[in-house]
Design a protein around this ligand. Structure first.
Ligand code: NCD
Ligand code: ZN
Length: 332
């Protein structure tokens, strides 16, 4: 038996409409709260839209708190940021243009005066900046290619907490030591698999995601970071559902759907590596500290007991969950 208190998923895609209704229960059952990504077809780029989206989510799941991030665009004025803070929003998401799903309206020139002005206001207003840290370099070098921009942001805005989301490359780890205001989220898939799982035997579209899975060395280094619950990292699943039809229509849309088995698979992984004593920090305590959640929100209380029995793997029409190892199930 093993108990987790207030699990938090600090990077989650819930989509909208029918897809939202279909995937939300899986996160709401296991997590107290989640950072909800704003890359809907029409980006969540105003306070009004973010509040409306949060209301839609809460109308369906009352014991689950959505922490909706605002999609950074040049139109996000300092006045709108003030409005957002007054309404309890505190996360901004930076998508460089065209690097991932629904990022065509992302930022083309990140270090432009306009964007820097917005980020300075964000720092003054006590926001946290979540970053999709990729360029359009050679696919295995996209995160490292983004380092100069990331370092520039960390140095310019030392009071702005910056989150390198879904860290995928071991070469990013030293930046956590270099910049006091830089943190990272880690997904289950990047600490579980490397490129062989995606394309070693047969191409598996359900393991295709941005940033791409990388080398065995990257996976191992990221896994060790998670297993040690490094104080500057926390869990963010990046569960990103795409219907089978959409996966096919888009010649494999990027995104791995992991929400239904996250805690079961994380517990299994930490158990195999004799690190269960670090899991509470990795899936909750670190995030509470890094995002200073206790002074910002009142998290719904949730304690989950897991036991070592194979769970029933849900089948969900039109969605595929990749084959995570799961030897633990949630009992209550
Ligand atoms: C995400 C999505 O589908 O929205 N896709 C992905 O591969 N991770 C977007 C993202 O987080 O990059
Ligand atoms: Zn994502």
């Amino acid at each position: 038996m093993f108990t987790l208190h207030n699990p938090l998923d600090m990077h989650l895609h819930l989509r909208e409409g029918e897809m939202l209704a279909k995937v939300l229960p899986f996160s709401a059952r296991a997590f107290s709260a989640a950072v909800v990504m704003p890359n809907l077809q029409e980006p969540i780029n105003t306070t009004a839209r973010a509040l409306d989206y949060a209301r839609q989510i809460q109308a369906q799941s009352t014991e689950f708190m959505p922490l909706v991030a605002l999609y950074l665009q040049e139109s996000l004025s300092p006045q709108e940021l003030e409005n957002a803070r007054r309404n309890g929003l505190f996360l901004i998401k930076l998508y460089p243009q065209n690097v991932t799903t629904n990022s065509t309206q992302g930022v083309a020139d990140i270090l432009s005066p306009k964007i820097l002005e917005i980020l300075r206001a964000a720092q003054d207003l006590d926001f946290i900046l979540c970053v999709h840290a990729e360029t359009q370099d050679f696919v295995l070098d996209r995160e490292v290619g983004f380092h100069p921009i990331l370092e520039s942001l960390c140095a310019r805005f030392p009071q702005l907490p910056i989150i390198l989301e879904h860290m995928s490359d071991a070469r990013s780890i030293p930046l956590l030591e270099k910049y006091p205001n830089l943190y990272a989220t880690l997904t289950l898939h990047h600490i579980t698999w490397h490129l062989d799982a995606l394309l070693g035997a047969r191409l598996n579209p359900h393991l295709f995601c941005k940033p791409l899975l990388k080398t065995p060395k990257d996976q191992e280094a990221l896994l060790q970071l998670a297993l040690s619950a490094h104080p500057k990292v926390c869990f963010g699943s990046d569960s990103a559902p795409h219907s089978l039809a959409h996966k096919h229509a888009c010649a494999c849309a990027a995104g791995i759907f992991s929400a239904p088995l996250l805690l079961e698979a994380l517990t299994t992984l930490f158990d195999i590596h004799h690190a269960l004593d670090r899991l509470q920090a990795f899936v909750s305590d670190n995030a509470r500290r890094i995002y200073q959640l206790d002074r910002r929100v009142q998290l719904p209380k949730k304690s989950l007991t897991l036991s070592k029995h194979p769970p029933t793997i849900p089948t969900i029409p039109d969605l595929i969950i990749p084959p995570f190892a799961v030897e633990w199930r949630i009992d209550a």
